[in-house]
Ligand binder design. Structure first.
Ligand SMILES: C[S@@+](CC[C@H](N)C(=O)[O-])C[C@H]1O[C@@H](n2cnc3c(N)ncnc32)[C@H](O)[C@@H]1O
Length: 267
């Protein structure tokens, strides 16, 4: 099937403009399409991602960054946890996405911030945890994004990344590719009214590094250890980047780091 040129992921600053434009334009329909197109599985995936934060309960000082927060669904999942008493900074560079979700975050510990994940407006060592759902794939420079997340994480903190991937099993991959490249762009176009945003989505997944390569990027960005596991037969994956233990610098050089731990959890 022919791909419209606008839907092909750009590079560098052009990619940033492309991504900001897409999400700004689809913001009013984003939540609806998200849940419809994923058959609501996305909610379960976000629950799994929040589980992996392993944030101690009851700490009123806990500070969590939700990078590429969109309309706040990941932040809301964390905020809804009974033991959570801290604050969540939800940052995104597409202002219409943050505005669209505002009604959902009133009277919550979620603080929206309009900003670029590659140039976070926070000092070093600010957050106890950083989490990103379906955002990393859109960054114009994934390695730079991971380095920026490592910079703002406190020693002993951890980064949790939820992202689409391509299923390793041939049968599952076939069904997934059919759905992703045929059904999803069509339904997305009809419901959002946007001519190519939902063609960009599968194209961006196609060119995104596999889970093993992503774990290596995490280590290269300064995480002491990187674990990952598949979700739902490999349609998505969760990566956990563990910061250096408190007392060490989380920006230690490559020689002092541990190795990637592939803890493949099929769920
Ligand atoms: C697919 S949405 C995910 C939103 C939300 N995390 C969720 O789980 O539904 C991707 C979001 O990442 C944001 N984004 C992409 N690149 C970004 C960047 N460089 N800085 C900040 N936000 C970015 C987009 O604006 C968009 O809102």
């Amino acid at each position: 099937m022919a791909i419209s040129p606008e839907a092909r992921p750009d590079r560098g600053e052009a990619r940033e403009r492309q991504v900001r434009t897409i999400f700004s334009e689809i913001a009013p329909r984003y939540d609806l399409l998200n849940h419809v197109l994923s058959l609501n599985i996305d909610r379960r995936w976000r629950r799994r991602a929040v589980d992996r934060l392993e944030l101690p309960e009851g700490d009123p000082e806990a500070l969590v960054l939700d990078a590429c927060a969109g309309t706040y669904d990941l932040s809301l999942e964390l905020a809804s946890r009974r033991g959570f008493q801290g604050r969540i900074v939800a940052s995104d560079f597409a202002r219409p996405m943050l505005v669209e979700g505002m009604d959902k975050v009133r009277a919550s510990p979620i603080v929206p911030v309009c900003g670029d994940a590659l140039r976070l407006p926070f000092p070093d060592d600010t957050f106890d945890r950083v989490m990103v759902a379906f955002g990393v794939r859109n960054l114009s420079d994934v390695a730079a994004g991971f380095a920026e997340f490592a910079r703002v994480l406190r020693p002993g903190g951890r980064l949790v990344v939820l992202e689409f991937t391509t299923p390793p099993n041939r049968l599952m991959r076939g069904a997934y590719l059919f759905y992703f490249h045929r059904v999803l762009p069509l339904v997305g176009r009809i419901v959002s009214g946007h001519p190519w945003a939902y063609t960009y989505l599968p194209e961006s997944v196609k060119e995104f590094p596999g889970p093993g390569a992503l774990a290596t990027l995490l280590e290269e960005a300064g995480f002491a250890e990187a674990e990952w596991g598949y979700l739902t037969g490999g349609i998505a994956a969760i990566h956990v980047g563990k910061g250096a233990p408190a007392g060490d610098s989380h920006r230690s050089d490559a020689d002092s780091r541990g190795s990637t731990v592939p803890s493949v959890e099929s769920r």
